[in-house]
Design a protein around this ligand. Structure first.
Ligand SMILES: NC(=O)C1=CN([C@@H]2O[C@H](COP(=O)(O)OP(=O)(O)OC[C@H]3O[C@@H](n4cnc5c(N)ncnc54)[C@H](OP(=O)(O)O)[C@@H]3O)[C@@H](O)[C@H]2O)C=CC1
Ligand SMILES: CC(C)=CCC[C@@H](C)[C@H]1CC=C2C3=C(CC[C@@]21C)[C@@]1(C)CC[C@H](O)C(C)(C)[C@@H]1CC3
Length: 621
């Protein structure tokens, strides 16, 4: 085969830009396709990609970074290593590299022409060099501070380009030629990690931060005050004879009405009881996703066992004459007690995160601002020995407590209205939400591939969300029905049940599909699905449920939320609060996930977004 007269010839050693970043690696030109105007290049590890001419530079402009420059050896990276090698090692390693690349990207774009040398294979921000040159005293502290600042800027710059995926169209052909055909790229196994290297990159990544979320530092102050206040507002408002929003604000009870030591005792007992069930050596030990360090944590996934034992215990207590309507009459005090516990837990989590090793920290929540980091959560998987605090709090006391509270509301309704059985609406709300929780616990392992477990640090947001928000606001429909009955006709009841089942089907199927794929991409049951390979070695599903919309699981969840509010009728907005909140939460979560995935997967993510155009609702949004 003869090469046409083009800029680079077959066999030339040049520098090829790694798609989605400004990192250049040494590559060999294999071929040029005059039709597509793409060069086929091969990286040192054997990976072949197709690049445009503008993404190739001659090696002349690049030189190995001089060792005399004061970069810490831990942060230096071998020149000959291509990013594609990452693919064979660890997705987490690549995530770090991509995060670092994002920084390089933006920093470089401002001085691309003048400092080409610095563009070369760097895992640390360009600015470090400048700092190293400038600083002699206080170098370490200053560097960290400045780096954080620049990381944020860098990420923002990166986001600006990310916001316009269309502009990237056709820029790269990310197809790995060796992957052509049906074969899926092998998902990286942690065993393949070179532990030392992974740790080094993990440590580097932990010095990086993702863009500030939730309105940044000011937002954190706001949410810290607003979220607890909103819980109290709901609890006080929903119990009123006229809970309409026009009847606002609810009269504020005296301060002592918020507090009851016995209520605190019950909450503590409940949490301890759940903790005991969690540590009981019953059920599977499941592996979490590989961490940046390459490690995979083990989780005791015995949630179904926990809810069954809890149900038996509660039934036995009721049988013994325990009056569960206490929960209804002391709802406010129970909420205050849970809030107190969540605050204490968050303080503990924040303090211990200050002593955690860098690779144990989440990428978000390390802004350096105490309030923001306290709110967002800094440590990824805080554990006391094998007791995983985040996993436990998310799946046990609040979630199972939600069902307990709903049940208590049904008893309170019967008591208040002298009924022999709860109303149809109350039964529906109870059964629907019980199904949701039991399903979550039955498929507990699937939570290990969700955003909270994989990416978010554990701080106030999740501690409060798990221990206060879920049990005291997700129970709003049942609480509302106690004093605002809403009889349902049979057709309405049937329609609501169908809606719930459709939502549940979509929710469960899509979550299970993604979970199964993430756990074993070679699963024969998934072989019919189309995928897009990414530079991290992980692939993206592009057909099946994840080919319909980008978050089919959110769609199912929203349909279910609708079915939970409908039994409460349309007299008041309050029981619709969950639906409204949930739309906001999921739309925000979707955009958070979009930016995270774009950062992680670069142009492969853009390709996914072009193929699957809608986010949650087909043809609408
Ligand atoms: N009731 C409630 O209050 C709430 C319920 N939920 C529910 O919890 C469940 C989990 O939600 P959440 O954690 O937000 O998000 P997801 O379970 O949807 O997880 C998102 C992650 O999935 C992976 N992913 C995204 N697209 C693809 C694809 N095409 N192919 C393969 N993997 C993909 C990415 O992670 P990676 O590539 O890194 O693996 C991404 O970060 C949902 O069903 C949601 O509805 C969530 C929040 C609140
Ligand atoms: C406003 C505020 C404080 C928000 C915090 C958000 C949390 C309440 C939610 C974040 C993700 C959650 C999930 C569930 C409950 C709510 C929180 C904690 C979940 C456990 C509910 C049951 C589902 O089956 C689930 C396991 C898929 C789900 C996971 C995410």
């Amino acid at each position: 085969m003869t090469m046409p007269p083009v800029k680079y010839q077959r066999g030339d050693m040049v520098m090829g830009r790694w798609p989605g970043s400004s990192l250049y690696y040494e590559v060999k030109v294999l071929a040029f396709d005059s039709k597509s105007q793409l060069y086929t290049v091969i990286y040192k590890d054997g990976t072949e990609l197709e690049l445009k001419e503008q993404d190739i530079k001659s090696t002349a402009g690049f030189q190995p970074r001089s060792r005399s420059r004061s970069r810490s050896p831990g942060r230096r990276r071998s020149r000959s290593r291509s990013p594609a090698r990452t693919t064979r090692r660890s997705s987490s390693r690549t995530a770090a590299a991509v995060a670092a690349a994002a920084i390089t990207d933006s920093a470089v774009s401002s001085r691309r022409d003048t400092r080409l040398k610095d563009v070369e294979v760097m895992l640390s921000p360009v600015q470090q060099t400048k700092e190293a040159e400038n600083n002699s005293n206080n170098r370490h502290e200053k560097k960290e501070e400045k780096q954080k600042e620049e990381n944020n800027t860098a990420n923002k710059v990166n986001e600006t380009t990310e916001a316009e995926p269309e502009k990237n169209q056709g820029r790269y052909n990310l197809r790995r030629r060796k992957d052509d055909g049906d074969a899926k790229p092998a998902e990286t196994r942690p065993e393949q990690l070179e532990e030392k290297e992974a740790k080094r990159v993990g440590a580097l990544a932990s010095t990086l931060s993702t863009p500030l979320d939730f309105g940044g530092k000011i937002g954190a102050y706001f949410w810290l005050l607003f979220l607890p206040a909103w819980v109290f507002f709901l609890v006080l408002q929903v119990n009123r004879e006229d809970p309409s929003l026009t009847n606002f604000p609810p009269p504020l009870p005296p301060l002592e009405a918020f507090w009851d030591a016995q209520a605190l005792g019950f909450v503590i007992l409940w949490i301890l009881f759940q903790a005991l069930l969690y540590v009981t050596p019953v059920g599977k030990l499941s592996e979490g996703m590989p961490l940046r360090s390459g490690e995979r944590l083990k989780y005791r996934t015995n949630g179904f066992f926990a809810i069954v034992v809890s149900a038996i215990t509660v039934a036995a207590a009721v049988h013994q004459g325990v009056d569960l309507t206490y929960i209804h009459s002391h709802f406010l005090q129970l909420a205050t007690a849970s809030l107190l516990i969540s605050i204490l837990l968050s303080v503990y989590l924040y303090i211990r995160s200050r002593y955690a090793a860098p690779e144990q920290l989440a990428l978000g929540g390390n802004s350096g601002n105490v309030v923001y980091d306290f709110f967002k959560g800094h440590e990824l998987n805080p554990r006391i020995k094998n007791f995983d605090l985040k996993f436990f709090c998310e799946m046990r006391p609040g979630l199972i407590g939600w069902c307990l509270i709903n049940f208590a509301m049904a008893l309170a309704e019967m008591k208040q209205h002298g009924l022999d059985a709860p109303s149809n609406s109350m039964i529906l709300v109870n059964l629907f939400q019980l199904l949701y929780v039991v399903d979550g616990l039955w498929n507990e392992e699937a939570i290990l591939t969700t955003m909270d477990l994989m990416h978010d640090g554990f701080g106030f947001m999740l501690a409060f969300g798990d221990l206060v928000w879920v049990p005291f606001t997700y129970t709003m429909q049942a609480y509302y029905l106690v004093s605002h009955p809403n009889p349902l006709s049979l057709p309405a009841l049937a329609a609501i049940v169908i809606l719930k089942l459709v939502g549940f089907y979509i929710f469960r199927k899509s979550n299970s599909e993604k979970n199964a794929f993430r756990r074993n991409p070679a699963d024969p049951r998934l072989s019919h699905l189309k995928t897009i390979p990414t530079a991290t070695g992980k692939s993206l599903l592009v057909s099946g449920w994840w080919g319909v919309v980008r978050h089919p699981n959110y769609l199912g969840d929203l349909l279910m939320a609708l079915a939970w509010s409908l039994p409460c009728g349309f007299s008041h907005l309050l029981p619709w609060y969950y639906m409204i909140y949930f739309i906001i939460l999921l739309v925000h979560r979707d955009s958070r996930d979009m930016s995270d995935c774009r950062r992680k997967y670069g142009s492969a993510w853009d390709e996914y977004c072009r193929t699957v155009r809608y986010r949650i609702i087909p043809r609408v949004y």
